[in-house]
Design a protein around this ligand. Sequence first.
Ligand code: KG4
Ligand code: ZN
Length: 334
Amino acid sequence: KNDNYILAIETSCDETAAAIVKNGSEIIANVVASQIDSHKRFGGVVPEIASRHHVEQMTVVLEEAFAQAKMTWDEIDCIAVTEGPGLVGALLIGVNTAKALAFAKQKPLVGVHHIAGHIYANRFEKEFTFPLLALVVSGGHTELILMKEHGSFEVIGETRDDAAGEAYDKVARMLDLPYPGGPQIDRLASVGKESIPFPRAWLEEDSYDFSFSGLKSSVINTIHNAKQRDQTLKKEDIAASFQASVVEVLTEKTYKAANQFAVKQVIVAGGVAANSGLREAIQRRFADTGIPVSIPPLKLCTDNAAMIAAAGTVFYQQGRRAGWDLNANPSLLL
Ligand code: KG4
Ligand code: ZN
């Protein structure tokens, strides 16, 4: 048999997800149970609540994946699971479920780094051409990653403080917008004016690192000063000005790195890749360069298990296997 079918499980944060993917590039089933409503009233993800939901939803989501795929266990070649990074209590549910299933059904088991998953969400769009540059922007990560071949990841830049998504969520909270704030700011920014000159953190000339804490402080100070002077700033304009700063730095650093490393493809991944301003700016910046840019469709940008299956397929084909000692690793390195 030439085709392979990978079942993947993802529980690193607040989505309980299972998926079945054919040959690493075709989605057969993709089920995501979101917990956003349970965490919303706390203004962010509460780890213990996340774990409890994963326990409740895991089997339901797996059943639904098999129902969507109209497949049986006999046809599954391998089980892939997110082993880290993420919330340890949340990861443990997925890892232990995957181990129990691999043991009971006698299937090979593969551990997947969450960010490798985000990157491979692009495999459903386009075959990779190397060298490839990935801009990964999520709630927990902001990284520029150079890939010279499948399964190899070289981090050339990363955030020194907040992740891009974290900055979005924090600024949203300052504006009294509900969690998760990224999509809310995105929506407001599209109708606001870029009227406030927030700083851009370029850092050292030759650095591909990022920093968003200065920008965050600048937004706090601007809101605070306006209040003291009884000025009213429109939320839409704060959102538009904040987003302009984030998007410009992300886009320019990606552009510079793509040229320096002479990459043949640029991909954008992670929850913030759903941002309409970023999607447009990156596409526009690379439009005349001949370097193709790929960004997953919105529902594959945020956490899902199809992306874990796509990365898992590559590892499976490379012969990597997890042992029965596989464990959740909240600070796993790529
Ligand atoms: O990848 P993801 O689902 O989870 C992590 O691995 O962190 O990313 C979630 C992050 C959140 O911070 C959320 O606010 C942000 O992605 N996000 C967005 C948008 N959609 C989701 N940020 C900006 N604009 C969006 N449209
Ligand atoms: Zn993620």
